[in-house]
Ligand binder design. Structure first.
Ligand code: FO1
Length: 312
């Protein structure tokens, strides 16, 4: 089948996955791509339901994202936050004026009984996004980080504490009882290949894999699953991945990434300068840093190439 017919499903957190999906869009019609997005970072803040990784995908795929910042909208204004601070409201989590519209409308829709996947699909359609953007689940799942300062909900750890407290364990409240959102299992089973984006395996990919029916679908896969390593040169491209691995006693090496995904992936795409000694999976290399659109297309093509080799 020509690549044009390929159906690809991408399992992703926020930024890393958004870049990979942008790269895939250079190679495939957007309608052939489904993104299954982490919602373990989601939380209720100031009465609004905030879904950061979903919003990163929506903003990125609609060309609205603040690329340099890695979250939120480009050209944002901050009148709401200024007024909030005047009134003594919590200001550790910045909500831009444009971003606020998304949280207000999502919160209203959820309060009226709509599901997160229905709301997300509505936003994607409104913004002309051709990729199918699916939350991993419509059930509530919360990533909680055990640190030397006690348990922290994800955003308190990631934003308020800037990932400083040392982590001893991570859990995903609700994941073991959660069902995949509609279309998620079908997107895994019906794909010609499944890619795991270079998101943080422990914070952003694991919540997705913690949903039993998703893990089972990946374990029983017929199509190849390829992960893109989040490590470049023995450190993470962005965010706390390497620091977290050290704190969890995991060596910051692709061997650990391969071991972490053992039984779920058939191939691992690593950076040209790195190595991986795992004999059980196929390794491919490219320059995996994704800054320019050409970078993103290169990494997407290399991941597809590896999956195609595994499928033959
Ligand atoms: N990250 C920050 O570091 N500081 C913020 O103030 C912040 C606000 C914010 C608002 C909406 C949103 O969707 C994301 C936001 N993020 C912020 C990023 C967020 O914490 C991360 O995108 C993920 O949760 C980690 O992948």
């Amino acid at each position: 089948m020509s690549r044009a017919g390929r159906r690809i499903t991408c399992i992703t957190g926020g930024v890393g996955g958004a870049k990979l999906v942008l790269g895939l869009q250079q190679v495939l019609p957007p309608g052939n791509i489904t993104a299954i997005v982490n919602t373990g970072d989601d939380f209720r803040h100031l009465g609004f339901w905030v879904s950061p990784d979903i919003d990163t995908l929506l903003y990125t795929l609609s060309g609205k994202s603040n690329v340099a910042q890695g979250w939120g909208r480009e050209g944002e204004s901050w009148a709401f936050m200024a007024a909030l601070r005047e009134l003594g409201g919590e200001d550790w989590f910045q909500l831009g004026d444009g971003d606020l519209a998304l949280h207000v409308l999502r919160s209203l829709a959820l309060a009226s009984g709509k599901t997160l996947s229905a709301v997300t699909g509505g936003f994607a359609r409104r913004w002309g996004i051709g990729v199918t953007v699916l939350p991993m689940s419509d059930d509530s799942i919360a990533t909680v980080v055990n640190t030397e300062e006690g348990e922290l909900p994800f955003q308190r750890y990631f934003v308020e504490r800037r990932c400083e407290p040392r982590v001893s364990a991570i859990r995903f409240d609700g994941a073991s009882r959660a069902s995949p959102a509609p279309g998620v299992v079908e997107a895994i089973r019906g794909a010609d290949m499944v890619l795991i984006a270079p998101s943080n395996p422990f914070l952003s990919v694991d919540p997705i894999l913690a949903i039993p029916a998703i893990r089972t679908a990946l374990e029983g896969r017929s199509a190849p699953v390829v992960a893109v390593s989040p490590l470049v040169g023995g450190r993470a491209v962005k965010g706390p991945t390497a620091k977290l691995m050290e704190e969890l006693g995991i060596s910051v090496h692709n061997d650990s990434i391969a071991a972490h995904y053992e039984g779920l992936v058939d191939g691992l795409l690593i950076d040209s300068g790195d190595g991986c000694n795992d004999e059980a999976i196929r390794i491919a290399r490219t320059s995996t840093l994704m800054n320019s659109m050409a970078d993103k297309a290169r990494v997407a093509r290399a991941a597809m190439q590896l999956a195609e080799e595994l499928a033959t």
